[in-house]
Design a binder for this molecule. Structure first.
Ligand code: NAD
Ligand code: WQD
Length: 341
């Protein structure tokens, strides 16, 4: 049986780590990426870790004809892991059509090709953002999907609906939507990691860039939330753990072990950490004090979100292994490497 997996956005942050884990498990990864938020150099990092250079085709998945051509050329693709998307929440408010085209248009192009096949397997990058501020912690997969706060969040909600509706009438298509909590960190080899363009919006790259002297000071957005220390709580998951979950999910589909042809899993650690705890973790692993100040709340932030991971633990047979300190240490090692510190 073919072990060829198309990884869209496979040169990006989560995609590159997943390609490594796929290759480690004997899959053959074929990457499609337009380099809109990544670099071809990531291929060298993947090679340095695995000794194997994945096939790479550079094109924009918004080109429907090119998507068709790809599937005609690679008839033996056994599964698709679809990471390619635009992910900046603020930008999505300014440029909603870019987000709807890239995150939903491309999704439909790929599904249109997959339903032509006798059997196909599909994994979608969804997000805990679909839960909004959930009423109960930890958040199970049965928690209601709340109205999206941004066009980006909406693309994940609608994306899930698009896949679910398509699976309903295409029994030969099997799909899993993975709802990521907050992915952080880098491969322990520091050969690959996160490469945010411009000023990072996410907490951990902002912290490591501040530690590295690229940013003067971190603003902690709000310390008057109803939490233990007043700052927001999130479930920070090491990107390598997250990557391994994709391999577990793909194996489930390829081996036909899925219970239905559309399934949803949370991917988190199950542990919530506050912003101040994340800062403390950084200070512990780096041995340096972080320059930060308390700033006003950021619009659209939920107070707390952490996963109930039982479903993924029991059904995918996967569990996040790394601690927050380990994930932070890997993020810091990576930051120092790319800044030559
Ligand atoms: P990323 O930006 O690092 O990776 C996405 C990759 O897709 C990039 O390499 C980019 O060049 C590529 N790409 C984008 N549009 C493309 C197109 N039209 N054609 C070809 N390639 C294209 O992002 P990431 O953090 O690795 O996220 C991967 C997926 O996970 C995304 O769908 C994102 O929405 C989702 N997600 C991310 C997070 C997070 O915090 N990082 C959380 C939840 C969900
Ligand atoms: C974490 C915490 C901030 C930056 C976002 C997207 C979401 C998902 C993941 C894809 C919050 C605080 C942050 C800073 C701070 N992506 N913070 N100072 O908000 O959970 O989610 O990324 O699907 O859609 O919205 O992650 O890393 O931005 O913030 O105090 O400079 O850190 O307020 O409490 P978030 P984040």
């Amino acid at each position: 049986m073919s072990k060829k997996i198309l990884v869209t956005g496979g040169l990006g942050f989560i995609g590159s780590h997943t390609v490594v884990e796929l290759q480690n498990e004997g899959f053959e990864a074929v990457i499609v990426d337009n380099l809109s938020n990544s670099s071809e150099k990531v291929l060298d990092g993947i090679f340095a870790i695995t000794g194997k250079r994945p096939i790479f085709e550079k094109f924009d998945l918004r080109d429907k004809q090119k998507v068709q051509n790809f599937f005609e050329k690679h008839k033996d693709v056994a599964g698709v892991i679809h990471f390619a998307a635009s992910k900046a929440v603020n930008e999505s408010v300014e440029e909603p059509l870019l987000y709807y085209e890239n995150n939903l248009g491309v999704l439909t192009y790929i599904l249109q090709e997959l339903v032509k096949k006798d059997k196909s397997n599909f994994i979608f990058s969804s997000s805990c953002t679909v839960y909004g501020q959930a009423d109960e912690m930890p958040i199970t997969e049965n928690a209601p999907v709340k109205p999206a706060e941004s066009p980006y969040g909406n693309t994940k909600q609608v994306g899930e609906e698009v896949i679910k509706d398509t699976c309903k009438v295409n029994a030969q298509l099997a799909a899993i939507a993975l709802r990521y909590f907050n992915p952080i960190g880098a491969h322990p080899s520091a050969e690959i990691g996160e490469l945010p363009i411009g000023v990072p919006q996410n907490l951990v790259p902002y912290i490591t860039q501040t530690g590295a002297g690229l940013r003067e000071q971190l603003s902690v957005f709000g310390d008057d939330y109803p939490t233990t220390d007043g700052t927001c709580i999130r479930d920070y998951i090491h990107v390598v753990d997250l990557a391994k979950a994709h391999v577990a999910a793909m194996k489930r589909l390829v081996e036909g072990k899925n219970d239905s042809n559309y399934e949803v899993f949370n991917l988190g650690t199950g542990k919530g950490s506050s912003v101040l705890e994340v800062i403390k973790s950084f200070e512990k692993v780096s041995g340096a004090k972080l320059n930060y100040k308390i700033a006003p709340r950021r619009e659209g932030d939920v107070i707390q979100a952490y996963a109930d991971t039982k479903k993924a633990n029991n059904i995918l047979g996967w569990k996040a292994q790394s601690t927050l300190d380990e994930a932070m240490a890997s993020a810091w090692t990576w930051e120092k490497k790319i800044r030559n510190i």
